[in-house]
Write a protein that binds this ligand. Sequence first.
Ligand SMILES: O=C1O[C@H](COP(=O)(O)O)[C@@H](O)[C@H](O)[C@H]1O
Length: 456
Amino acid sequence: MTDRIDTLIVLGAGGDLASRLLLPGLASLLASPRGEAVQLIGVDRGEVTDAAWQSTVSAAFATEASELGSSVAAKSFYLRGDATDADDLRRVFDAATGRIALYFALPPAVTILVVKALSSIDLPKGIVFALEKPFGTDLASARALNRRLEKLVPEEQIFRVDHFLGKSTVLNLLGLRFANRIFEPLMSAPNVEKVEIVFDEKLALEGRAGYYDKAGALADMIQSHLLLVLALTAMEPPASVGADDLRGGMAQVLRATRPWEKDGTSSRRAHYTAGTIDGRELPAYADEDGVDPARETETLAEVTLAIDNWRWAGVPFVLRSGKAIGEAKQQIVVTLRAVPHLPTGLRGPTGPAQLRIAMKPAALELDLLVNGEDDPFELERVVLDSPLRAGELSAYGEVLYGLLDGDATLSVRGDVAEQCWRIVAPVIAAWKRGEVPLEGYAAGSSGAPARTRPRG
Ligand SMILES: O=C1O[C@H](COP(=O)(O)O)[C@@H](O)[C@H](O)[C@H]1O
């Protein structure tokens, strides 16, 4: 048996995740030179004909149409079944050929039930599980899910999917940091004042209240995606970018990471109030369809973290993500300390220099102070910038390539997923205790707290 996957079974095939992210990601892979044929089977509880399923797949593949994509769509089929039922799962496996990847495009509460059902049946040899984030809903549930999965298959057959690990800019961190002498010595506490990892989106809820209102920005973006970006930004140089070395390095730095204030109060939470984005009027989050205002879900979260090791001791890492923000800033900003002594007589702008790695559009910018054109002792700030290459695949396509190729490098290892929950656990606890008030910010604004109206 080769490592390659022959059949991709999508549980939750009728859901938003499958049609919005997974299938378009597969389309991007199939349209690329790296694409290879795979048998696609959709499974869900709804009564859907093969023809209707094939047209769903074709519609999702239309974003990146290809001959291979059309052939995979035409040969795909649908099975009606309840993935939490052992008999239905057996039936699904019987219909599959060769090595199987079982993709859980399901919410965490259903995922655990499916895993329980899988425990009671003989699994097809070499089966690989692909689990979407959020992996669990807190540290305890992530641990429990890991323990159950470990009993079913070895770790190398478990792919915890996080599409941020497939983003070309995120992957660019590896080459940038570890293949260039200029950046690596710079990336440490004596040179760096602060690191910010920001993912602000113009997007608001976009019909996802059912999922989002239970998750919120901390679990949806920071606990998963941004902590992985932190790990790649702050990790020690790995010996290789193979699955063991890379994921081992990420785990090591995450183990040293904690909230800046250990009680989790070095954090902010807020939700958007009514506002306008690009001329589009948005209601307040609490008034969006499907939102339960009593839950007080945050649409913006910010946490300041510390990394307790030689390289980063004393450097704050600020992670922040907000929805319905006026400007979609998505970048890693490394703010450098001022030089220890500016030669007397040199004048000019002060303030810190920065290295900015933008995720969308992918670009690199480095601030430099150089002598001015008119007065050679008057400094001027210039920016050294370069676009970064976008990868040939979408982020989901990149992650799916690893999955179908049996390479776990871009999947989140079990201990890494647990560390991510451990790091945010004190923040969740501080919020539950009411020690960090829920603020408001106007949709379309920068996410800064809305001004409270003066009393009187
Ligand atoms: O997983 C998620 O990521 C998206 C942002 O990533 P992008 O690649 O689509 O830009 C975020 O909007 C969504 O809330 C979150 O669940």
